[in-house]
Ligand binder design. Structure first.
Ligand code: SF4
Length: 480
Protein backbone atom coordinates (compact mmCIF):
# COMPACT_ATOMS: atom_id res chain seq x y z
CA UNK A 1 0.00 0.00 0.00
CA UNK A 2 2.50 2.57 1.09
CA UNK A 3 5.11 4.08 -1.14
CA UNK A 4 8.79 3.98 -0.29
CA UNK A 5 9.52 5.69 2.99
CA UNK A 6 11.41 8.92 3.12
CA UNK A 7 12.84 8.16 6.45
CA UNK A 8 15.29 10.36 8.31
CA UNK A 9 16.86 10.08 11.70
CA UNK A 10 18.63 13.03 13.32
CA UNK A 11 19.86 12.57 16.88
CA UNK A 12 16.87 10.87 18.55
CA UNK A 13 14.24 12.16 16.15
CA UNK A 14 12.71 9.87 13.54
CA UNK A 15 10.64 11.18 10.65
CA UNK A 16 8.66 8.79 8.51
CA UNK A 17 6.18 9.37 5.67
CA UNK A 18 3.52 7.18 4.07
CA UNK A 19 2.91 5.38 7.34
CA UNK A 20 -0.16 3.13 7.59
CA UNK A 21 -2.55 4.00 10.41
CA UNK A 22 -3.48 0.99 12.56
CA UNK A 23 -6.70 2.34 14.07
CA UNK A 24 -9.88 2.07 12.00
CA UNK A 25 -10.89 -0.04 9.01
CA UNK A 26 -9.95 2.61 6.45
CA UNK A 27 -6.25 1.93 7.03
CA UNK A 28 -5.08 5.35 5.79
CA UNK A 29 -1.60 5.00 4.28
CA UNK A 30 -0.52 8.63 4.00
CA UNK A 31 0.37 9.46 7.60
CA UNK A 32 3.53 11.38 8.48
CA UNK A 33 5.03 10.73 11.90
CA UNK A 34 7.77 12.55 13.77
CA UNK A 35 8.83 10.89 16.98
CA UNK A 36 11.59 11.76 19.43
CA UNK A 37 12.34 10.62 22.98
CA UNK A 38 9.32 12.34 24.51
CA UNK A 39 6.81 13.37 21.88
CA UNK A 40 5.02 12.28 18.71
CA UNK A 41 3.71 14.62 16.01
CA UNK A 42 1.54 13.38 13.14
CA UNK A 43 0.27 14.88 9.90
CA UNK A 44 -2.81 13.72 7.95
CA UNK A 45 -4.00 11.51 10.83
CA UNK A 46 -7.44 12.19 12.30
CA UNK A 47 -7.82 12.65 16.05
CA UNK A 48 -8.20 8.89 16.59
CA UNK A 49 -5.12 8.03 14.54
CA UNK A 50 -3.09 10.77 16.21
CA UNK A 51 -3.98 9.41 19.67
CA UNK A 52 -2.81 5.94 18.65
CA UNK A 53 0.57 7.13 17.38
CA UNK A 54 1.02 9.06 20.64
CA UNK A 55 0.91 5.66 22.41
CA UNK A 56 4.55 5.36 21.34
CA UNK A 57 5.46 7.76 24.12
CA UNK A 58 2.55 7.15 26.50
CA UNK A 59 3.16 6.98 30.25
CA UNK A 60 0.62 4.11 30.35
CA UNK A 61 2.79 1.85 28.20
CA UNK A 62 3.52 -1.60 29.63
CA UNK A 63 7.20 -2.30 29.06
CA UNK A 64 7.87 -5.21 31.43
CA UNK A 65 6.17 -8.62 31.81
CA UNK A 66 3.88 -8.91 34.84
CA UNK A 67 2.95 -11.94 36.90
CA UNK A 68 0.11 -11.21 39.35
CA UNK A 69 0.76 -7.50 38.99
CA UNK A 70 4.48 -7.65 39.68
CA UNK A 71 7.32 -7.31 37.21
CA UNK A 72 8.86 -10.65 36.32
CA UNK A 73 11.50 -12.02 33.94
CA UNK A 74 10.23 -12.61 30.40
CA UNK A 75 11.03 -16.33 30.47
CA UNK A 76 9.04 -16.77 33.71
CA UNK A 77 6.05 -14.93 32.22
CA UNK A 78 6.09 -17.08 29.07
CA UNK A 79 6.43 -20.23 31.17
CA UNK A 80 3.58 -19.23 33.50
CA UNK A 81 1.35 -18.29 30.56
CA UNK A 82 2.02 -21.65 28.89
CA UNK A 83 1.33 -23.49 32.16
CA UNK A 84 -2.05 -21.76 32.59
CA UNK A 85 -3.15 -22.57 29.06
CA UNK A 86 -1.91 -26.17 29.05
CA UNK A 87 -3.65 -26.88 32.37
CA UNK A 88 -7.02 -25.52 31.26
CA UNK A 89 -9.82 -27.86 30.19
CA UNK A 90 -11.68 -25.20 28.21
CA UNK A 91 -9.29 -22.36 27.35
CA UNK A 92 -10.79 -19.39 25.55
CA UNK A 93 -8.71 -17.35 23.09
CA UNK A 94 -9.79 -13.81 22.27
CA UNK A 95 -7.71 -12.53 19.37
CA UNK A 96 -8.21 -8.77 19.33
CA UNK A 97 -8.12 -6.65 16.22
CA UNK A 98 -5.29 -4.30 17.18
CA UNK A 99 -2.63 -6.62 15.87
CA UNK A 100 -1.49 -7.96 12.53
CA UNK A 101 -2.80 -11.07 10.79
CA UNK A 102 0.57 -12.79 11.20
CA UNK A 103 0.14 -12.75 15.00
CA UNK A 104 -3.53 -13.73 14.73
CA UNK A 105 -2.58 -16.78 12.72
CA UNK A 106 -0.27 -18.10 15.46
CA UNK A 107 -2.88 -17.36 18.15
CA UNK A 108 -5.46 -19.42 16.26
CA UNK A 109 -2.92 -22.21 15.81
CA UNK A 110 -2.40 -22.34 19.60
CA UNK A 111 -6.17 -22.37 20.22
CA UNK A 112 -6.53 -25.32 17.85
CA UNK A 113 -3.55 -27.15 19.37
CA UNK A 114 -5.09 -26.86 22.85
CA UNK A 115 -8.64 -27.69 21.74
CA UNK A 116 -9.85 -24.28 22.88
CA UNK A 117 -12.45 -21.79 21.73
CA UNK A 118 -11.47 -18.79 19.64
CA UNK A 119 -13.21 -15.52 18.92
CA UNK A 120 -12.43 -11.94 17.91
CA UNK A 121 -13.84 -8.42 17.95
CA UNK A 122 -16.48 -9.19 15.31
CA UNK A 123 -18.37 -10.95 18.08
CA UNK A 124 -19.24 -7.55 19.58
CA UNK A 125 -19.54 -5.54 16.35
CA UNK A 126 -20.06 -6.70 12.76
CA UNK A 127 -20.51 -10.42 13.56
CA UNK A 128 -24.11 -10.37 12.25
CA UNK A 129 -22.92 -8.70 9.02
CA UNK A 130 -20.29 -11.43 8.60
CA UNK A 131 -23.02 -14.05 9.11
CA UNK A 132 -25.11 -12.34 6.42
CA UNK A 133 -22.17 -12.34 4.01
CA UNK A 134 -21.87 -16.10 4.51
CA UNK A 135 -25.64 -16.51 4.26
CA UNK A 136 -26.40 -14.41 1.17
CA UNK A 137 -23.09 -13.42 -0.37
CA UNK A 138 -21.63 -9.94 -0.72
CA UNK A 139 -21.45 -7.89 -3.88
CA UNK A 140 -18.39 -5.88 -2.92
CA UNK A 141 -15.65 -3.72 -4.36
CA UNK A 142 -12.54 -1.89 -3.21
CA UNK A 143 -12.42 1.56 -1.62
CA UNK A 144 -10.68 2.74 -4.79
CA UNK A 145 -13.76 1.87 -6.82
CA UNK A 146 -16.11 3.74 -4.47
CA UNK A 147 -13.83 6.77 -4.64
CA UNK A 148 -13.58 6.74 -8.42
CA UNK A 149 -17.00 5.53 -9.48
CA UNK A 150 -19.79 5.88 -6.90
CA UNK A 151 -22.47 8.46 -7.67
CA UNK A 152 -24.75 7.27 -4.85
CA UNK A 153 -23.52 6.69 -1.29
CA UNK A 154 -26.03 5.20 1.14
CA UNK A 155 -25.00 5.17 4.81
CA UNK A 156 -27.24 2.69 6.58
CA UNK A 157 -26.92 2.70 10.37
CA UNK A 158 -23.49 4.24 9.91
CA UNK A 159 -22.06 7.58 10.97
CA UNK A 160 -18.54 7.58 9.50
CA UNK A 161 -18.01 11.27 10.23
CA UNK A 162 -17.58 10.16 13.85
CA UNK A 163 -16.48 6.52 13.54
CA UNK A 164 -14.13 6.76 10.52
CA UNK A 165 -13.23 10.45 10.38
CA UNK A 166 -11.46 10.39 6.97
CA UNK A 167 -14.02 8.16 5.25
CA UNK A 168 -15.96 11.02 3.67
CA UNK A 169 -12.90 12.91 2.47
CA UNK A 170 -10.87 9.94 1.19
CA UNK A 171 -13.36 7.42 -0.11
CA UNK A 172 -16.85 8.83 -0.49
CA UNK A 173 -18.76 12.11 -0.31
CA UNK A 174 -16.07 14.72 -0.90
CA UNK A 175 -13.48 12.81 -2.88
CA UNK A 176 -12.96 13.74 -6.54
CA UNK A 177 -12.22 10.46 -8.30
CA UNK A 178 -11.60 9.42 -11.91
CA UNK A 179 -15.31 9.28 -12.83
CA UNK A 180 -16.43 11.47 -9.93
CA UNK A 181 -14.53 14.65 -10.72
CA UNK A 182 -17.23 16.90 -9.28
CA UNK A 183 -16.77 15.44 -5.80
CA UNK A 184 -19.81 16.16 -3.61
CA UNK A 185 -21.67 17.80 -6.48
CA UNK A 186 -21.52 14.62 -8.56
CA UNK A 187 -22.81 12.33 -5.82
CA UNK A 188 -26.19 11.71 -4.22
CA UNK A 189 -26.08 10.99 -0.50
CA UNK A 190 -28.71 9.01 1.39
CA UNK A 191 -28.54 8.33 5.14
CA UNK A 192 -30.77 5.82 6.93
CA UNK A 193 -30.52 6.51 10.65
CA UNK A 194 -33.01 7.21 13.48
CA UNK A 195 -30.72 10.05 14.61
CA UNK A 196 -29.86 13.28 12.85
CA UNK A 197 -26.21 12.26 12.85
CA UNK A 198 -23.34 14.44 11.65
CA UNK A 199 -23.19 12.33 8.47
CA UNK A 200 -26.93 12.91 7.97
CA UNK A 201 -26.23 16.66 7.81
CA UNK A 202 -24.64 16.00 4.38
CA UNK A 203 -27.54 13.94 3.05
CA UNK A 204 -29.77 14.71 0.07
CA UNK A 205 -32.25 12.31 1.63
CA UNK A 206 -32.34 11.29 5.28
CA UNK A 207 -34.66 8.37 6.07
CA UNK A 208 -35.17 8.94 9.78
CA UNK A 209 -36.71 5.56 10.56
CA UNK A 210 -38.07 4.46 13.93
CA UNK A 211 -35.39 2.49 15.82
CA UNK A 212 -35.46 -1.22 15.07
CA UNK A 213 -37.39 -0.99 11.77
CA UNK A 214 -34.47 -1.50 9.36
CA UNK A 215 -35.87 -4.81 8.17
CA UNK A 216 -39.22 -3.23 7.26
CA UNK A 217 -37.56 -0.34 5.39
CA UNK A 218 -35.27 -2.70 3.47
CA UNK A 219 -38.26 -4.86 2.68
CA UNK A 220 -40.24 -1.86 1.38
CA UNK A 221 -37.38 -0.80 -0.91
CA UNK A 222 -37.10 -4.31 -2.32
CA UNK A 223 -40.87 -4.38 -2.82
CA UNK A 224 -40.82 -1.12 -4.80
CA UNK A 225 -37.75 -2.14 -6.85
CA UNK A 226 -39.58 -5.38 -7.69
CA UNK A 227 -42.53 -3.42 -9.04
CA UNK A 228 -44.96 -3.68 -6.12
CA UNK A 229 -46.42 -1.33 -3.47
CA UNK A 230 -45.22 -1.35 0.14
CA UNK A 231 -47.80 -2.42 2.71
CA UNK A 232 -50.31 0.26 3.74
CA UNK A 233 -48.99 0.15 7.34
CA UNK A 234 -45.45 1.07 6.19
CA UNK A 235 -45.43 4.69 7.41
CA UNK A 236 -47.07 3.87 10.72
CA UNK A 237 -44.53 1.07 11.39
CA UNK A 238 -41.34 2.80 10.25
CA UNK A 239 -42.07 6.53 10.61
CA UNK A 240 -41.00 7.15 6.99
CA UNK A 241 -43.40 8.80 4.56
CA UNK A 242 -44.40 7.01 1.37
CA UNK A 243 -43.02 9.97 -0.58
CA UNK A 244 -39.57 9.51 0.96
CA UNK A 245 -39.40 5.75 0.44
CA UNK A 246 -40.29 6.23 -3.24
CA UNK A 247 -37.60 8.95 -3.48
CA UNK A 248 -35.10 6.46 -2.01
CA UNK A 249 -36.10 3.80 -4.53
CA UNK A 250 -35.70 6.35 -7.35
CA UNK A 251 -32.17 7.21 -6.18
CA UNK A 252 -31.27 3.51 -6.33
CA UNK A 253 -32.83 3.06 -9.78
CA UNK A 254 -31.07 6.11 -11.20
CA UNK A 255 -27.59 5.42 -9.78
CA UNK A 256 -24.80 4.50 -12.15
CA UNK A 257 -22.75 3.05 -9.28
CA UNK A 258 -24.31 2.84 -5.84
CA UNK A 259 -22.70 1.83 -2.54
CA UNK A 260 -24.44 0.82 0.66
CA UNK A 261 -22.13 1.42 3.63
CA UNK A 262 -23.53 -0.63 6.50
CA UNK A 263 -22.72 0.26 10.06
CA UNK A 264 -23.58 -1.26 13.39
CA UNK A 265 -27.00 0.36 13.21
CA UNK A 266 -27.99 -2.58 11.02
CA UNK A 267 -26.07 -5.36 12.72
CA UNK A 268 -26.81 -4.38 16.31
CA UNK A 269 -30.52 -3.61 16.20
CA UNK A 270 -33.49 -5.94 16.31
CA UNK A 271 -33.23 -8.34 13.42
CA UNK A 272 -29.41 -8.51 13.56
CA UNK A 273 -28.10 -10.70 10.73
CA UNK A 274 -31.55 -10.84 9.12
CA UNK A 275 -31.28 -7.06 8.60
CA UNK A 276 -27.81 -7.43 7.12
CA UNK A 277 -29.00 -10.30 4.89
CA UNK A 278 -31.80 -8.08 3.58
CA UNK A 279 -29.27 -5.32 2.85
CA UNK A 280 -27.19 -7.86 0.85
CA UNK A 281 -30.32 -8.87 -1.08
CA UNK A 282 -31.25 -5.22 -1.71
CA UNK A 283 -27.75 -4.78 -3.16
CA UNK A 284 -28.27 -7.75 -5.46
CA UNK A 285 -31.57 -6.23 -6.61
CA UNK A 286 -29.92 -2.84 -7.18
CA UNK A 287 -27.75 -4.52 -9.81
CA UNK A 288 -30.82 -4.86 -12.02
CA UNK A 289 -30.61 -1.11 -12.55
CA UNK A 290 -26.93 -0.13 -12.35
CA UNK A 291 -23.83 -1.31 -10.54
CA UNK A 292 -24.51 -1.75 -6.83
CA UNK A 293 -22.20 -2.86 -4.04
CA UNK A 294 -22.27 -3.15 -0.26
CA UNK A 295 -19.40 -2.65 2.20
CA UNK A 296 -19.32 -2.99 5.97
CA UNK A 297 -17.81 -0.03 7.80
CA UNK A 298 -15.50 -2.24 9.84
CA UNK A 299 -14.44 -0.27 12.87
CA UNK A 300 -11.30 -1.62 14.47
CA UNK A 301 -8.00 -1.71 12.70
CA UNK A 302 -7.69 -5.37 11.68
CA UNK A 303 -11.08 -6.74 12.71
CA UNK A 304 -11.71 -7.89 9.13
CA UNK A 305 -8.30 -9.60 9.19
CA UNK A 306 -9.32 -11.85 12.06
CA UNK A 307 -12.36 -13.08 10.13
CA UNK A 308 -10.19 -13.68 7.07
CA UNK A 309 -7.43 -15.55 8.92
CA UNK A 310 -9.79 -17.74 10.92
CA UNK A 311 -11.72 -18.54 7.75
CA UNK A 312 -8.49 -19.57 5.95
CA UNK A 313 -7.45 -21.76 8.84
CA UNK A 314 -10.73 -23.48 9.66
CA UNK A 315 -13.45 -22.28 7.30
CA UNK A 316 -15.40 -20.12 9.79
CA UNK A 317 -15.06 -16.40 10.57
CA UNK A 318 -15.53 -16.22 14.38
CA UNK A 319 -17.00 -18.01 17.41
CA UNK A 320 -15.24 -21.34 16.81
CA UNK A 321 -14.79 -24.29 19.19
CA UNK A 322 -11.90 -26.73 18.56
CA UNK A 323 -12.61 -28.98 21.55
CA UNK A 324 -13.63 -32.01 19.49
CA UNK A 325 -10.57 -31.73 17.27
CA UNK A 326 -12.73 -30.28 14.47
CA UNK A 327 -13.77 -26.64 14.18
CA UNK A 328 -17.41 -26.04 15.18
CA UNK A 329 -18.98 -22.64 14.47
CA UNK A 330 -21.90 -21.26 16.39
CA UNK A 331 -22.29 -17.56 17.23
CA UNK A 332 -24.43 -17.28 20.36
CA UNK A 333 -22.99 -20.54 21.68
CA UNK A 334 -19.22 -20.31 21.24
CA UNK A 335 -18.99 -16.52 21.17
CA UNK A 336 -17.09 -14.66 23.88
CA UNK A 337 -19.85 -13.18 26.02
CA UNK A 338 -21.91 -16.38 25.94
CA UNK A 339 -19.04 -18.67 26.96
CA UNK A 340 -17.91 -16.36 29.76
CA UNK A 341 -21.43 -15.68 31.07
CA UNK A 342 -22.10 -19.42 31.27
CA UNK A 343 -18.92 -19.76 33.35
CA UNK A 344 -17.64 -22.31 30.87
CA UNK A 345 -14.14 -21.06 30.07
CA UNK A 346 -11.61 -22.00 32.75
CA UNK A 347 -8.74 -19.91 31.37
CA UNK A 348 -8.62 -16.90 29.06
CA UNK A 349 -5.99 -15.73 26.64
CA UNK A 350 -6.63 -12.21 25.39
CA UNK A 351 -4.54 -10.40 22.81
CA UNK A 352 -4.63 -6.66 22.10
CA UNK A 353 -8.24 -5.93 22.97
CA UNK A 354 -8.53 -4.61 26.56
CA UNK A 355 -11.51 -6.93 26.81
CA UNK A 356 -12.07 -6.17 30.49
CA UNK A 357 -13.10 -2.63 29.53
CA UNK A 358 -15.72 -3.70 27.00
CA UNK A 359 -17.69 -6.79 28.03
CA UNK A 360 -20.86 -6.99 30.16
CA UNK A 361 -20.48 -7.26 33.94
CA UNK A 362 -21.12 -11.01 34.24
CA UNK A 363 -18.55 -11.80 31.57
CA UNK A 364 -15.94 -9.62 33.29
CA UNK A 365 -16.79 -11.25 36.63
CA UNK A 366 -16.00 -14.63 35.09
CA UNK A 367 -12.71 -13.24 33.82
CA UNK A 368 -11.89 -12.29 37.41
CA UNK A 369 -12.56 -15.90 38.54
CA UNK A 370 -10.29 -17.71 36.09
CA UNK A 371 -6.60 -17.42 35.18
CA UNK A 372 -6.05 -14.83 32.49
CA UNK A 373 -3.10 -14.31 30.18
CA UNK A 374 -3.00 -11.10 28.16
CA UNK A 375 -0.88 -9.35 25.60
CA UNK A 376 -1.49 -5.65 26.21
CA UNK A 377 0.33 -2.49 25.24
CA UNK A 378 -1.15 -0.24 27.94
CA UNK A 379 -2.47 -0.35 31.47
CA UNK A 380 -6.22 -0.81 31.74
CA UNK A 381 -8.87 -3.16 33.13
CA UNK A 382 -7.65 -6.14 31.08
CA UNK A 383 -4.06 -5.87 32.27
CA UNK A 384 -5.30 -5.34 35.79
CA UNK A 385 -7.34 -8.56 35.94
CA UNK A 386 -4.65 -10.64 34.21
CA UNK A 387 -2.47 -13.16 36.02
CA UNK A 388 0.18 -12.80 33.34
CA UNK A 389 0.70 -9.75 31.14
CA UNK A 390 3.05 -9.98 28.19
CA UNK A 391 3.92 -6.49 26.89
CA UNK A 392 2.42 -5.86 23.46
CA UNK A 393 4.23 -4.45 20.43
CA UNK A 394 2.51 -1.69 18.42
CA UNK A 395 1.93 -3.25 15.01
CA UNK A 396 2.54 -0.97 12.07
CA UNK A 397 4.85 1.18 14.21
CA UNK A 398 7.29 -1.07 16.09
CA UNK A 399 6.93 -4.12 13.85
CA UNK A 400 5.68 -4.75 10.33
CA UNK A 401 2.53 -6.69 9.58
CA UNK A 402 -0.60 -7.06 7.47
CA UNK A 403 -3.95 -5.41 8.17
CA UNK A 404 -7.16 -6.10 6.28
CA UNK A 405 -8.94 -2.91 5.29
CA UNK A 406 -12.73 -2.65 5.56
CA UNK A 407 -13.00 -3.73 1.90
CA UNK A 408 -11.02 -6.90 2.76
CA UNK A 409 -7.92 -5.76 0.89
CA UNK A 410 -4.75 -6.79 2.76
CA UNK A 411 -2.44 -3.84 3.39
CA UNK A 412 1.19 -4.14 4.40
CA UNK A 413 2.22 -1.84 7.25
CA UNK A 414 5.90 -1.39 7.89
CA UNK A 415 7.64 -0.42 11.12
CA UNK A 416 9.58 2.79 11.68
CA UNK A 417 10.81 2.42 15.26
CA UNK A 418 11.94 -0.41 17.56
CA UNK A 419 9.88 -1.71 20.51
CA UNK A 420 10.95 -0.37 23.94
CA UNK A 421 12.20 -3.86 24.98
CA UNK A 422 14.23 -6.63 23.39
CA UNK A 423 12.63 -9.86 24.66
CA UNK A 424 10.21 -9.86 21.71
CA UNK A 425 10.18 -8.29 18.24
CA UNK A 426 6.44 -8.49 17.60
CA UNK A 427 3.21 -10.00 18.92
CA UNK A 428 3.75 -12.77 16.38
CA UNK A 429 7.19 -13.40 17.91
CA UNK A 430 5.65 -13.48 21.42
CA UNK A 431 3.06 -16.02 20.30
CA UNK A 432 5.67 -18.18 18.61
CA UNK A 433 7.64 -18.23 21.87
CA UNK A 434 4.46 -19.05 23.79
CA UNK A 435 3.50 -21.77 21.29
CA UNK A 436 6.92 -23.37 21.60
CA UNK A 437 6.71 -23.30 25.41
CA UNK A 438 3.27 -24.95 25.20
CA UNK A 439 4.63 -27.62 22.86
CA UNK A 440 7.45 -28.37 25.28
CA UNK A 441 4.99 -28.76 28.16
CA UNK A 442 2.71 -30.98 26.07
CA UNK A 443 5.69 -33.09 24.99
CA UNK A 444 6.75 -33.47 28.62
CA UNK A 445 3.29 -34.91 29.25
CA UNK A 446 3.57 -37.19 26.22
CA UNK A 447 1.07 -35.17 24.18
CA UNK A 448 1.19 -33.08 21.03
CA UNK A 449 -2.27 -31.53 21.09
CA UNK A 450 -5.15 -30.71 23.42
CA UNK A 451 -5.05 -31.76 27.01
CA UNK A 452 -7.96 -32.00 29.40
CA UNK A 453 -6.06 -32.88 32.52
CA UNK A 454 -6.85 -30.72 35.51
CA UNK A 455 -7.44 -27.03 35.62
CA UNK A 456 -5.59 -24.14 37.15
CA UNK A 457 -7.51 -22.46 39.92
CA UNK A 458 -6.51 -19.06 41.19
CA UNK A 459 -7.50 -17.29 44.35
CA UNK A 460 -8.18 -13.56 44.53
CA UNK A 461 -6.14 -11.73 41.92
CA UNK A 462 -2.70 -10.58 42.93
CA UNK A 463 -2.38 -9.49 46.55
CA UNK A 464 -5.41 -7.22 46.83
CA UNK A 465 -8.40 -7.89 49.05
CA UNK A 466 -11.68 -8.44 47.18
CA UNK A 467 -12.85 -4.95 48.18
CA UNK A 468 -9.62 -3.33 47.00
CA UNK A 469 -9.79 -5.34 43.79
CA UNK A 470 -13.36 -4.20 43.00
CA UNK A 471 -12.55 -0.57 43.88
CA UNK A 472 -9.51 -0.56 41.62
CA UNK A 473 -11.44 -2.18 38.76
CA UNK A 474 -14.28 0.38 39.11
CA UNK A 475 -11.73 3.20 38.96
CA UNK A 476 -10.13 1.77 35.83
CA UNK A 477 -13.51 1.30 34.16
CA UNK A 478 -14.54 4.90 34.89
CA UNK A 479 -11.34 6.40 33.47
CA UNK A 480 -11.71 7.93 30.01
S1 SF4 B 1 -9.60 7.61 9.49
FE1 SF4 B 1 -9.02 5.72 10.56
S2 SF4 B 1 -7.21 4.92 9.49
FE2 SF4 B 1 -7.50 7.09 8.86
S3 SF4 B 1 -6.21 8.30 10.25
FE3 SF4 B 1 -8.26 8.20 11.18
S4 SF4 B 1 -8.22 6.41 12.53
FE4 SF4 B 1 -6.46 6.24 11.15
Amino acid sequence: MSSEAQEGQTSNKITCTDVTCPVCGITCDDIEVEVDDVSVVTRNACIMGDAKFKELRSSHRITAPLIEGKEAPWSDAIDKAAEILVNAKRPFFFIGSETATEAMSVGIEIAEMLGGLVDGNATICHGPTVMAIQDVGQVGCTLGETRNRADLDIYWGANPEDSHPRHLSRHSIFQRGFFTGQGRFGRQIMVVDPRRSTTAEHADLHLQLKPGTDFEVLNALMTILSGFEPHESFTEVTGISREDIYKAADLIKEARFGVIWVGLGIASTRGKHYNASMAMRLTQLGNKYGKFVILANRGHCNVAGFNEVLAWQCGFPYAVDFSTGEPRYQPGEYSTVDVLRRGEADALFCMCADLGAHLPKRAVERMCEIPVVSIETAEGPQAFISDVVLPGVLDGMECEGTFYRMDNVPCYARSFIDPPFDFTKSNEDTLIQLRDAIKRKLAARGKTTATVEGTTETGPKATLSEEEFVQRLDTLLSEP
